[in-house]
Design a protein around this ligand. Structure first.
Ligand code: PLP
Length: 361
C-alpha cells in the first residue's frame, strides 16, 4: 500500500482506495456465501443484489426517471460504436454525428462500415480537435445526434450539450460519466466503458430511454440488441460479474463517501482549476485545448521540446506520479484526473510541475 503511486493514467485508471480495499477484504468470502464474487453464480441472490444495486445507484445518481433502462454490455465502448447505428438506423433512418476526436471518428467509421445514412454535422478536425464546435445545425429528421462528451485523447469536453431541436442525443461518456451533473432529459442513450471513471475494463454501462427501443429491428443477432439486455436485466448470458461488482462499489463510494454528483463535480472543478491555473500562469507549459473547450478530466499540455516532455514523464514517475504521457497519436503530456484521482494528487502534481519548471525552464 505504501508504494501506491499518484495515478494519472487515462484508462484503465485509478479507482478509489476504499473500493480496492473492500474488494480485497471480501474477496475470499463474499456476503457470507463462502465463495468469492468470481465464483458465485450470476443467477444467485448474491449477484442479483449486486447488479440491482448498481442499477439503482446509477438511477439515483443521475436522477433517471422510469423511462430509462440501465444495462451492462461487453465489448467496451467500441462495441457501442457499432451497436448504436445497428439498433437505431434501420428502415432508412439517418443520424447526425459530431466529430470531436479519435473516438468520435471511430464511432463514425463503425456506422459507415454498415452502410448507414449518417452525416457529420460538425467537426473540429481543422484545428486538430482542439475545440468543441458551436452553433451546429442539426437535421430535425435524424433519429439521433451522436457526440463524445469528453475527448479523452485531445483533452476537450462539451461544457454545455448542443441544442438539437428535440432530436435525442446519443453520447459516448466513457471518460466523464458521473463526473458532473447532467440534464439526462436530452439523451436517448448514454454509454460508457467502465475503465476510465467507474471500474475495471470488461463492462460498458449503457443507459437507454424506452422510446429508443421502438427503433430496434427484429432481425438483429440477440447479443447485439439493446432490448435483449433490457428484457434480461443484462443476463441473457453470463455477464462480466467481477467488473459489475466493482462498478457497484464505485457507485456506492460516489453516493455515500463523496455525497453525489454535485459534490463530485465541485471536487473535479477544483482539481481542474488548480492544474489549468498553473498551465495558464506558466510560459513553460502550454495547454493544447481552447479555453472554453477544456476537459475537467483529461488535461493535455506540451512542454517546450519533446526531450523535455520525455524527461518530465520520467522524472514525474521517479517522484511517484504515474501515467502522464500523452496518447501515442498526439504526443505531449496528459494528466487524467478522473473521480478517483484525489485533490491531493493534483496538488502534488502541481508542486512537481513548478519544481520541474524551475529546474529546466
Ligand atoms: C477509452 C475510450 C473509448 C474506448 O473504449 P473501449 O472500452 O476500449 O472500447 C471510447 N470512447 C472514449 C471517449 C474513450 O475514452
Amino acid at each position: 500500500m505504501t508504494n501506491r503511486i499518484y495515478n494519472f493514467n487515462p484508462g484503465p485508471a485509478a479507482l478509489p482506495l476504499e473500493v480496492l480495499q473492500q474488494i480485497q477484504e471480501e474477496f475470499l468470502d463474499f456476503g457470507a456465501s463462502g465463495m468469492s464474487i468470481v465464483e458465485v453464480s450470476h443467477r444467485s441472490k448474491w449477484f442479483d443484489d449486486v447488479i440491482n444495486d448498481a442499477v439503482d445507484r446509477t438511477k439515483r445518481l443521475l436522477g433517471l426517471d422510469q423511462r430509462y433502462h440501465v444495462v451492462f454490455c461487453q465489448g467496451g465502448a467500441s462495441m457501442q460504436f457499432c451497436m448504436v447505428p445497428m439498433n437505431f438506423l434501420s428502415n432508412g433512418r439517418k443520424a447526425d454525428y459530431v466529430n470531436t476526436g479519435t473516438w468520435s471518428t471511430k464511432a463514425i467509421n463503425e456506422a459507415r462500415i454498415q452502410g448507414k445514412d449518417i452525416r457529420v454535422a460538425a467537426s473540429s478536425e481543422d484545428r486538430n480537435f482542439s475545440y468543441i464546435p458551436a452553433d451546429i445545425e442539426f437535421d430535425s429528421q435524424a433519429a439521433y445526434v451522436h457526440i463524445t462528451s469528453n475527448n479523452t485523447i485531445k483533452g476537450t469536453q462539451w461544457a454545455e450539450f448542443p441544442e438539437t431541436g428535440g432530436v435525442p442525443l446519443v453520447a459516448d461518456m466513457s471518460s466523464d460519466i458521473f463526473s458532473r451533473i447532467i440534464d439526462v432529459e436530452k439523451f436517448g442513450l448514454i454509454y460508457a466503458g467502465a475503465q476510465k471513471n467507474i471500474g475495471p475494463a470488461g463492462v460498458c454501462l449503457v443507459i437507454v430511454r424506452r422510446d429508443m427501443l421502438d427503433l430496434i429491428p427484429e432481425d438483429l443477432p440477440t447479443m447485439l440488441k439493446y432490448s435483449t439486455y433490457v428484457n434480461k436485466n443484462s443476463m441473457f448470458n453470463t455477464p462480466p460479474c467481477f467488473a459489475i461488482y466493482t462498478v457497484q462499489l464505485v457507485l456506492k463510494w460516489l453516493e455515500e463517501k463523496i455525497g453525489g454528483l454535485g459534490k463530485m463535480e465541485a471536487i473535479n472543478r477544483s482539481k481542474a482549476e488548480l492544474l489549468y491555473g498553473l498551465l495558464d500562469s506558466s510560459e513553460f507549459y502550454r495547454p493544447t485545448a481552447d479555453q472554453d473547450s477544456r476537459s475537467l478530466m483529461n488535461v493535455t499540455f506540451r512542454l517546450p521540446t519533446e526531450e523535455l516532455e520525455q524527461a518530465f514523464v520520467a522524472e514525474a514517475l521517479e517522484n511517484g506520479l504515474g501515467g502522464l504521457k500523452g496518447h501515442r497519436s498526439v504526443g505531449g503530456c496528459r494528466a487524467s484526473i478522473y473521480n478517483a484521482t484525489s485533490h491531493k494528487a493534483v496538488e502534488v502534481l502541481v508542486d512537481f510541475m513548478r519544481t520541474f519548471e524551475k529546474k529546466h525552464g
